[in-house]
Design a protein around this ligand. Structure first.
Ligand SMILES: *Cc1c(COP(=O)(O)O)cnc(C)c1O
Length: 220
């Protein structure tokens, strides 16, 4: 299916109040231009360098979308990331938050990445440590914690992802009750191509979708 069509059909199939972040890694300038022309509002990148390259290639069109950093961010790339991204989604340590806090010239929206799957490679903070992290972040007045982000394990049977999403929603609802100056939890970012429908049923307010929009990725 052409990109514009698949973007529009996914957009039309999910509720209006769910944000669709187009996960753009490995896609060409032409593919990104097509999806923006089809109405995409939000782009997600895993790597600062790749995002930066696309940002410059898009010229004026770059300003039509919000830019989300959805991958792990190294501290030495924070300055560059701040010049491109509107949201840093994958904050999972005090050190990274502190670097963002120190270098940002404005109050920067961040999401905390929670580790919901047992897979060794997955980033994110363990759910049992998140309260302590959030409390520590209360001292950082130049960031605002606006969401939680999680990556579900890839499972052939997407129903099996449901308990992961459900636990995330419970955690989100609990943490929403906390009162802290720079905490304003609004966004629950979870659900990728395979399981986004299940994620939305379980309370996701932001899905991050690549493959279902563009087709399979070809890694070089
Ligand atoms: C690549 C990626 C996605 C999208 O994955 P698809 O399966 O292609 O939809 C979502 N979130 C993150 C953090 C990613 O790296």
């Amino acid at each position: 299916m052409p990109i514009a069509e698949s973007y529009k059909s996914i957009r039309a199939s999910i509720p209006n109040n769910v944000t669709l972040v187009v996960a753009a890694k490995t896609r060409t300038k032409q593919e990104i231009e097509e999806v923006i022309a089809a109405g995409a509002t939000d782009l997600g990148y895993n790597q600062v360098q790749e995002a930066e390259k696309m940002y410059h290639m898009l010229g004026d069109k770059a300003a039509k979308v919000r830019w989300h950093m959805i991958g792990p961010l190294q501290k030495n790339k924070v300055n560059k990331a701040l010049s491109i991204f509107d949201v840093i989604q994958a904050v999972d340590s005090y050190e990274l938050a502190e670097a963002i806090n120190k270098r940002s010239s404005k109050v920067m929206p961040v999401y905390i990445e929670v580790k919901i799957s047992e897979e060794e490679t997955k980033q994110g903070i363990e759910p049992e440590n998140i309260r302590q992290l959030i409390q520590k972040l209360s001292l950082l007045s130049n960031i605002r914690i606006e969401g939680l982000m999680a990556m579900e394990p890839y499972l052939e049977d997407t129903e099996l992802a449901r308990p992961y999403f459900r636990r995330m929603k419970e955690l989100f609802d609990e943490l929403k009750q906390l009162k802290q100056p720079n905490l304003d939890l609004k966004v629950l970012s979870m659900g990728m191509s395979a399981a986004y429908k299940v994620a939305i049923e379980e309370g996701s307010s932001m899905v991050r979708i690549g493959t279902a929009v563009f087709g399979e990725r070809k890694y070089k």
